[in-house]
Design a protein around this ligand. Structure first.
Ligand code: 13P
Length: 252
């Protein structure tokens, strides 16, 4: 069976002090708690990563980044490389989030380069894909997902070193969640695609997370679906009580 992943994407939120308070609270909660089937990950903003990985060294919480440069190193002002993340013990990194595609012009091609760069540094990419409302209403959701998978995963090897997050754009930050059945349909489509393009073993082992207005009230029904292996959570991951609650629900 696949582990459940509860991953928080803080986006551009929290001061340093707020971030530290949250993490200390979570570490106290996780201390002496044997999580049997849940991996929990927090993805804070870049400037807090070192503080977070230092604190996390003593715990079973993983720390992820929210983005990475597709370049190795050099004259790329303002960018953060995979080597830098690796040197701070960051073990996961979100790539291709729809907000980065929308506001920062990221394309499937740059995301593909970022995935390979991260894997070179043994950082697990959490690859975000998902359709817009317009695409869903036009009946194109699966086609969009397939196009994104083909392009972002071109020549990418998978062996326990990649996770996928299905995040329908219309469900992000809107309070409108995909129903568990809607999400399951796409998750199963993604797993089948991986089986066809890689193999059955890889398809059965790759974690596929759902993201889009996940919260303590709806996570249980989502996780009950066969192909939903966890959540990539924005808003509800900013509140440590809600985050702890979602870990508790995942462990049940
Ligand atoms: P919300 O949980 O706030 O809808 O955000 C989802 C998301 O974008 C996670 O990456």
């Amino acid at each position: 069976m696949r582990d459940i992943i509860i991953a928080g994407n803080w986006k551009m939120n929290k001061t340093f002090q707020e971030a530290e308070d949250f993490l200390v609270d979570i570490f106290e909660y996780l201390h002496n708690k044997e999580l049997e089937k849940t991996t929990s990950i927090i993805c804070p903003p870049f400037p807090y990563l070192e503080m977070a990985t230092d604190l996390a060294a003593e715990s079973n919480l993983s720390i992820g980044a929210q983005n990475v440069s597709e370049h190795e190193s050099g004259a790329y002002t303002g960018e953060i490389s995979a080597a830098m993340l690796h040197s701070m013990d960051v073990d996961h990194c979100i790539v291709g989030h729809s907000e980065r595609r929308k506001y920062f012009g990221e394309t499937d091609e740059t995301i593909n380069k970022k995935i390979k760069m991260l894997q070179n540094y043994r950082i697990i990419p959490i690859v975000c894909i998902g359709e817009s409302l317009q695409q869903r209403e036009a009946g194109e959701a699966e086609e969009v997902i397939e196009t994104q998978l083909l392009a972002t995963l071109q020549d990418v090897q998978i062996s326990n070193n990649l996770a996928i997050a299905y995040e329908p754009i219309w469900a992000i930050g809107t309070g409108e969640t995909a129903t568990p059945q809607q999400a399951q349909k796409i998750h199963s489509f993604i797993r089948k695609w991986i089986q066809e393009n890689y193999n059955k073993e890889i398809a059965n082992s790759v974690p596929i997370l759902y993201g889009g207005s996940v919260k303590p009230e709806n996570i249980s029904d989502l996780l009950a679906e066969e192909d939903i292996d966890g959540g990539l959570i924005g808003g509800a991951s900013l509140d440590s009580n809600k985050f702890k609650k979602m870990i508790d629900i995942a462990e049940k």
